[in-house]
Design a binder for this molecule. Structure first.
Ligand code: ATP
Ligand code: MG
Length: 329
């Protein structure tokens, strides 16, 4: 990959949930970089910490959760170090998060247009009525919504349309980065694809950078530039789509890819077998050892460092180099 500007730089982000039995390290030292204009996919099974990590980026963590450490630079500004008020200014405007289940959290008593207008006016102050309406209609058009929904309420819209409303809200203030948390998972397969394509179209039109969170490695492969794979609170591999599909360097990535029937047929990620560890008491050594078909002695003793088996590909596995060699050879 040619040298690109880094728009979002997340380093060693830690988000813990306090429980009576001890901390759940739901996001345990996550580091990644998002380049300007790219789409990064974040995949991993349920509970791997995808939502926690991305909410942590925006400091949207409430008790019993807490940010236990890390640094998040958005276009050079540290989101974790700034005041609440400064951060509020950055939300939606610089970085917007379309949360998991957003389409079901639309206010049922408010018209769609009023809810999007709210986002705009909360940040930019009161807007002249005609300009605001024109802006909303522009947004509708951009995300493929008909103008007639202007006066409608959420219950009058289909799931796919509600999801488009959430995308419209996410882009209403022209952010530099959009994080879409499972924006298409609740939709049926056909609508899922159409909405995902809309998202990419909007992304290209606005030139924003994007993080797409999902379970579906197959759908991701068609939508994103790079994929980050999460397991038990950590990114275990990050690489371009081609690199990871051609030669996955982490055994968990390989399992995820093998569970995709083909690139043209999508289905939800199959949960792989094996025992998972207690999240409050991770094993010494590699976090994936209990489910890893290749676990060796060193994996039970030493946490694997992040290594780079090929340029731009990184994986946390003691055997990452040898596996990529083997697949290529
Ligand atoms: N309020 C909470 N208290 C305790 N543990 C929590 C809390 N919220 C999340 N967790 C734990 O944090 C871990 C990561 O959860 P998270 O929702 O981030 O995963 P996810 O990858 O987004 O999953 P999904 O694919 O189901 O959306 C899980 O083990 C979960 O049980
Ligand atoms: Mg989630």
């Amino acid at each position: 990959m040619t040298t690109k500007k880094i728009i979002l730089d997340v380093a060693d982000l830690k988000v813990y949930y306090a429980t009576p039995q001890g901390d759940v390290k739901a996001c345990d030292g996550v580091s990644f970089q998002l380049f300007e204009g790219e789409t990064l996919g974040l995949v991993g099974e349920s509970g791997s910490g995808k939502s926690t990590a991305t909410s942590g980026v925006l400091r949207m963590i409430s008790p019993p959760g807490r940010i236990a450490g890390g640094r998040v630079l958005l276009d050079g500004k540290d989101l974790l170090a700034m005041t609440e008020e400064a951060l509020r200014r950055e939300r939606w405007r610089s970085l917007s998060l379309i949360p998991q289940g957003a389409m079901n959290s639309l206010n049922p008593t408010m018209k769609i247009s009023a809810q999007i207008a709210d986002v705009i006016e909360t940040h930019l102050g009161r807007q002249p009525k005609t300009e605001l309406k024109a802006r909303l209609l522009d947004l509708f058009q951009m995300v493929g919504l008909p103008a007639r929904i202007y006066d409608m309420y959420p219950h009058e819209l289909s799931g796919g349309m509600k999801q488009r409303v959430c995308i419209a809200m996410g882009i209403a203030l022209n952010p530099k980065v959009i994080i879409a948390d499972e924006a298409t998972s609740a939709l049926d397969v056909v609508v899922q694809r159409v909405v995902a394509q809309t998202m990419l179209k909007v992304k290209r039109a606005l030139g924003v950078s994007m993080i797409m969170i999902g379970h579906d490695m197959g759908l991701m492969a068609q939508m994103v530039d790079r994929i980050a794979v999460m397991y038990a609170g950590k990114i275990v591999e990050i690489a371009t789509v081609n690199q990871i599909f051609d030669a996955p360097a982490h055994p968990y990535s390989k399992i995820l890819i093998d569970s995709v029937p083909s690139l043209t047929e999508r289905q939800p990620l199959k949960i792989t077998g094996g025992i998972t560890h207690d999240p409050r008491n991770p094993p010494e050594g590699c976090i994936f050892q209990l489910r890893c078909p290749m676990a060796a002695d060193i994996c039970r003793r030493k946490p694997p460092p992040m290594v780079s088996p090929s340029p731009g590909q990184e994986a946390a596995c003691h055997f990452a180099d040898t596996k990529v060699e083997a697949t290529r050879g």
